[in-house]
Write a protein of this length. Structure first.
Lengths: 93, 515
């Protein structure tokens, strides 16, 4: 016997965003490092910054920070990262 | 914020005057808060223009309800929005006499609004003490919302609409067992009641609202919680139709930004939303508040708690096998709903402490750890019972972490009675717990780098029973007292929080409409 049910879930499937092309090299590139404000995040990103500069010759490195790890980054933080060639979001725990 | 290079022709804008252009969406609470402040700036020498990213009818309603006195235009196809490209709304642009952008302001920010006023030689427009917060983040600008693959028109508004799409009907022709199908597709880990059209319609009818009415959008996937989708999950969880009266304010409460369900759903912590029910609705719908209150004892508690969890999984997308990455989880993610035993509570009920009238039914939501028991069968004095509880309170989050955690103290009727008999008001009992919960300073060795130790510069030193301690909680308000459970057994409980305050989750209390 046929039975008809009501779909109880979210039916809007978001389109996957297309990632930008991969950078051929990090040399001279502007790199954003986003600290999500978890304890230890700064230690991780400090080291990453050193490596990016010393080993890969990265150009400008912009450090910014979310006010809290529990919420999305506010627009002011995202705005700061506009124009970067790449952004690394630092998770730590 | 990117700015258009050259002056733009903005509908309604006259050249030769300074102007403030504000982009907004009608259902954004921050836009609703911010836009009325701009009324004060609209005068002869300055133009204020609102540009709505929504349709005409919701924009008209917005202007009427919020008493907006400056002109508001529709930004058809988000044409102007795309030129200015704000990340979020409200987004305000101060334009000079030639239409060039001088400064921008995003979200609600009193300081920024007053700077904007100053730039226009106007006195401050946002006083500190008008009851509104100093700052409130806005909502995403509609043109940046990921468009759904199956949305109808190119510019369809998929963000915070008033009416959503009807839910798809799925016809099963017996190839697969209906219960198996529903469990696999839409269940938690247990079988669910198939949400048949008839059952869902009865549930929708009981709500008194149209099926497509959008109640909220639920993070982390921001699925639209229409009345019909909520009803379908309620059917699956075994709710009676009358439960819609509680479910709708519950979904609204969960999506209140103070509660931060996004973080609660995505954290690796134990947190699960604990529903606490008060008022006449307890008797009207059969919410249980006696023995086994946290258990499988009453259909109302269990089915409401389960429906809520299914809504979070199916509409919000916080599935425990993918998005919800809690390290250990929480048994409360099956169902976590208790009611207060107001009849055995010697003090005012919890919702009265939270600011509502006694005869008002209400629900409160707290991002909760599992309860940990506190046995105290020997102490004859209320003060000693409170001390016993304070030892358990000292352990929430982790022993050496102070200031950040909050806690609910679940007092069993016998403990509440003893504490009350010894002359404590509810406020005094809370104050006593605040003053007597601490962790001895000798347990903090910075060299060990244990969690909480790194924050001692912020901690307050107090003396408890002659010993120097760090005070556990930042304020008496960090502790809430809720009386529930059976009248036999001197077992209370302490429930720890997730991250708290504006940077975490704040408890919310919502009224439940009368029958």
């Amino acid at each position: 016997m046929a039975i008809t049910i009501v779909h109880p879930g979210n039916e809007k499937i978001p389109k996957a965003a297309t990632p930008p092309p991969r950078l051929a090299s990090l040399k001279g590139k502007k790199i954003g490092l986003l600290d999500i404000s978890k304890p230890g995040g700064n230690i991780f990103l400090d080291r990453l910054e050193e490596i990016l500069r010393a080993k890969y010759g990265a150009g400008e490195i912009l450090r910014t920070r979310k006010p809290t790890y529990t919420k999305n980054a506010p627009p002011q933080v995202i705005e700061q990262l506009r124009g970067m060639d790449a952004v690394i979001e630092g998770l730590a725990d | 914020m990117s700015m258009p290079e050259s002056a733009l022709i903005i509908p309604g804008l006259k050249a030769g005057k300074k102007a403030v252009v504000v982009f907004f969406v009608t259902d954004c609470p921050t836009c609703q808060l911010a836009l009325p402040y701009l009324n004060a700036l609209n005068r002869d020498s300055v133009q204020v223009i609102g540009l709505s990213q929504d349709d005409e009818s919701s924009t008209r309603e917005f202007v009427k309800q919020l008493k907006i006195t400056y002109p508001v235009e529709l930004d058809h196809g988000w044409k102007m929005t795309r030129e200015f490209d704000p990340q979020s709304v409200p987004a305000m642009y101060l334009l000079d006499e030639r239409g060039h952008v001088q400064s921008t302001l995003v979200g609600f920010d009193k300081k920024g609004l007053n700077e904007l006023a100053k730039a226009l030689q106007h006195p401050p427009i946002a006083p500190d003490d008008d009851g509104a917060p100093a700052w409130k983040p806005g909502c995403g600008s509609r043109h940046l919302e990921p468009e759904a693959e199956n949305s109808a028109a190119e510019n369809s508004i998929t963000f915070l609409r008033r009416a959503g799409d009807p839910a798809t009907r799925i016809t099963l022709r017996g190839e697969e067992d209906t219960y198996e199908y529903c469990q696999k597709q839409f269940g938690d880990a247990l079988p669910v009641v198939p949400p048949t059209v008839e059952k869902v319609e009865a549930m929708v009818k009981a709500s008194g609202l149209a099926a497509e009415t959008v109640i909220a959008r639920i993070p982390p996937f921001y699925g639209e919680a229409t009345v019909e989708k909520i009803a379908a999950n309620a059917v699956m969880a075994g709710c009676e139709p009358a439960m819609m009266r509680v479910l709708l304010p519950l979904v609204r409460a969960a999506c209140d930004e103070r509660f931060n369900i996004h973080g609660v759903q995505a954290t690796t912590h134990f947190a699960a939303p604990l529903i606490m029910v008060n008022g006449p609705v307890r008797q009207e719908l059969g919410f249980w508040s006696k023995q086994n209150v946290f258990s499988n004892v009453a259909r109302a508690n269990s089915s409401l708690g389960r429906a809520f969890q299914l809504i979070l999984l199916n509409i919000g997308g916080g599935r425990p096998d993918t998005i919800d990455m809690s390290a250990l989880g929480n048994a409360g993610k099956f169902s976590f709903c208790i009611a207060e035993n107001e009849e055995e509570n010697p003090w005012e009920p919890f919702h009265v402490t939270r600011g509502l009238k006694r005869e008002q039914s209400a629900l409160s939501l707290f991002a909760a750890e599992p309860p940990r028991g506190v046995s105290e069968h020997n102490a004859p004095q209320g003060k000693t019972v409170l001390e016993t509880i304070s030892f358990a309170l000292a352990t929430v989050w982790s022993y050496r972490m102070c200031l950040m955690p909050e806690a609910i103290v679940i007092l069993c009727p016998e403990h509440a009675k003893t504490i009350h008999r010894d002359g404590f008001s509810k406020e005094q009992a809370r104050q006593f717990l605040f003053e007597n919960t601490g962790i001895p300073v000798r347990y903090f060795d910075p060299a060990e780098r244990a969690e909480g130790t790194q924050l001692i510069a912020n901690y307050k030193e107090i003396t408890i029973r002659g010993e120097k301690c760090y005070q556990k909680f930042r304020a008496p308000e960090s502790i809430s007292i809720f009386v529930t459970g059976g009248t036999a057994g001197k077992f209370s409980a302490v429930i720890g929080s997730w991250a708290t305050g504006p940077a975490g989750s704040q408890m919310v209390t919502y009224p439940i409409p009368d029958k």
